[in-house]
Design a binder for this molecule. Structure first.
Ligand code: BTN
Length: 247
């Protein structure tokens, strides 16, 4: 008889109250939950894996997804939704917040004590949108490659304590449900303002994509207005380095 899936209890007791994720498709191993979601996912389902052999991050990076260490999942949606990335970052923050304060690093990383513990990757193909979320949960510092050890952490390595991946997934999805509902009820502005405030970037000196400057504003689409020595530049994506302290 094949061994039970790591997530079989969760799958068998999947709650009925989560609107954006009516069902769970769980794997012990997969290449990438985002790839599966884009190729085979049913909108309204969530794809979860204990490990990914080809987990991917933003800007073509590899996302390390070892078995038992994290929460690697993708919510399958239909057409792209404006503000989804903001909703997702806030949902992860709010799911962790009752136990520990974490911050949102523009555009959608979650940091605990200055270390990245969650990343979000949204991809679309045809009529499917894949909202991929990776939360580092059980890693020790040594589980990360040496060059990442001062930048990345897991909930356990940063905060200690015992974290249930099942409970965390449900908490994130319930918060996401609320934020997505707000966006669908035309309250995108509220979500955007909450996210812009959470990013806490206005007035900060940063370097991004080779430009250094002070963030003047975050525009309605989430892009940064960066005041540089060559004038104001609009920045849609990139990795921020803060020049005036951590987080
Ligand atoms: C980032 O670069 O910060 C985004 C990382 C996103 C990782 C998640 S894990 C689940 C989903 N499947 C993937 O291959 N990537 C996303």
């Amino acid at each position: 008889m094949p061994a039970e899936s790591v997530f079989h209890t969760l799958r068998e007791n999947w709650p009925a109250d989560i609107v954006i994720a009516r069902s769970l498709v769980a794997f012990d191993d997969i290449d990438s939950t985002n790839t599966y979601a884009l190729q085979h996912g049913d909108p309204g389902s969530v794809i979860l894996a204990d490990s990914q052999t080809a987990g991917r991050g933003r800007r073509g990076r590899t996302w390390i997804s070892a078995p038992g260490k994290g929460l690697w999942f993708t919510v399958v949606m239909g057409a792209p939704l404006e503000g989804l990335v903001m909703a997702a970052a806030l949902a992860v923050r709010d799911a962790i917040a009752p136990r520990h304060a974490v911050t949102v690093k523009w555009p959608n990383d979650i940091l605990g004590n200055g270390k990245k513990c969650c990343g979000i990757l949204i991809e679309s193909q045809g009529d499917r949108t894949a909202l991929g979320i990776g939360v580092n949960v059980h890693h020790t510092t040594d589980d990360f490659p040496p060059e990442l050890q001062d930048k990345a952490g897991s909930l356990t390595s940063i905060f200690g304590g015992i974290w249930s991946r099942d409970a965390l997934l449900l908490d994130i999805l319930r918060h996401l449900d609320q934020k997505v509902m707000l966006i669908r009820q035309s309250q995108f502005e509220d979500v955007r303002n909450e996210w812009a405030q959470a990013c806490a970037l206005i007035g900060r000196r940063i370097t991004i994509n080779g430009d250094t400057g002070t963030v003047e504003d975050i525009d309605p689409h989430g892009a940064l207005q960066l005041q540089t020595s060559q004038g104001t530049k609009t920045v849609f994506s990139g990795d921020i380095t803060y020049l005036d302290g951590d987080e």
